[in-house]
Design a binder for this molecule. Sequence first.
Ligand SMILES: Nc1ncnc2c1ncn2[C@@H]1O[C@H](COP(=O)(O)OP(=O)(O)O)[C@@H](O)[C@H]1O
Ligand SMILES: [Mg+2]
Length: 301
Amino acid sequence: MENLICLRNIVKKYYIGSENELEVLHGINLDIREGEFTSIVGESGSGKSTLMNIIGLLDRPTEGTYEMKGIDVDGLSDDELSDVRNRQIGFVFQTYNLIPRMSALANVEVPMLYARIPRKEREEKAQHLLEMVGMQDRMMHRPDELSGGQKQRVAIARAIANNPSLLLADEPTGALDSKTGQRIMDIFHRLHEEQHKTILLITHSQPLAEETERILTLKDGQIVGERVGSGSAGSADAEKAKISAKDVPATEKGDSSHKEAASFHAEHLGADKTEDAEDGIIFLELDDKGKMREEEAGHAD
Ligand SMILES: Nc1ncnc2c1ncn2[C@@H]1O[C@H](COP(=O)(O)OP(=O)(O)O)[C@@H](O)[C@H]1O
Ligand SMILES: [Mg+2]
């Protein structure tokens, strides 16, 4: 299989104050082939999220090259990057990052809205995706009416809405108890096995990492280890993974705030584009059930 992404000598420095620079990633080399299920483990502060933000085109490296599907992404403008991000990359976070006022269905529709998918197609696809993750009974519920595991199912459905090439998950089970976490993991296994998705999973959980095909260890901003995991051995069959929403226990650990959360809607979903009045504005209007009722206006083209 071909390389989906190819990182060479990626360095990331943060500039904190005038003289102080903090080098967080020290020359990362990483290839991920299409269809691979890879995990990254490493202590807190080792640079996992920084690396994921670069791979997810949310941040640019200070040095080094990054090719996605053979295209040098360093050369793309910010607008082009957000377009590639919207179409090629799906994000799943520890804290779900769902839009609070919106139903599960509308949340899943959002990336498709930014990709200008017509309303009917969007709704049907969102329904289908929610069924796939076992959330067919909770489509009109808002995030605060869902358990952590249920919210993460919705977030996964949203992440794959535009059929991305790469699914990036940053500690997706970090806020869940281990049983609920395993069920979320089972969904990733299904996406990998049945839909051949390329998945990069960041996790603190050694047992979950073991279930992936390839385990990378990040330490102090460097990849210090790589080994083969058991791949699909820990996966559940489709029926086991597709538990109906009401069977999912409502247990979850407290939401820790995530530094990505604030910029999520603006950046991850390509929303920054909609702020440009000359480019076209999308007005999101919700009815009293949190269902999406959008109007589009302001198209320059
Ligand atoms: N925007 C930032 N400015 C300065 N330092 C940062 C920034 N983001 C992350 N860091 C630092 O980079 C290091 C790696 O952080 P991070 O990638 O979030 O680690 P991990 O996800 O492995 O816990 C930490 O020391 C963190 O404090
Ligand atoms: Mg992190």
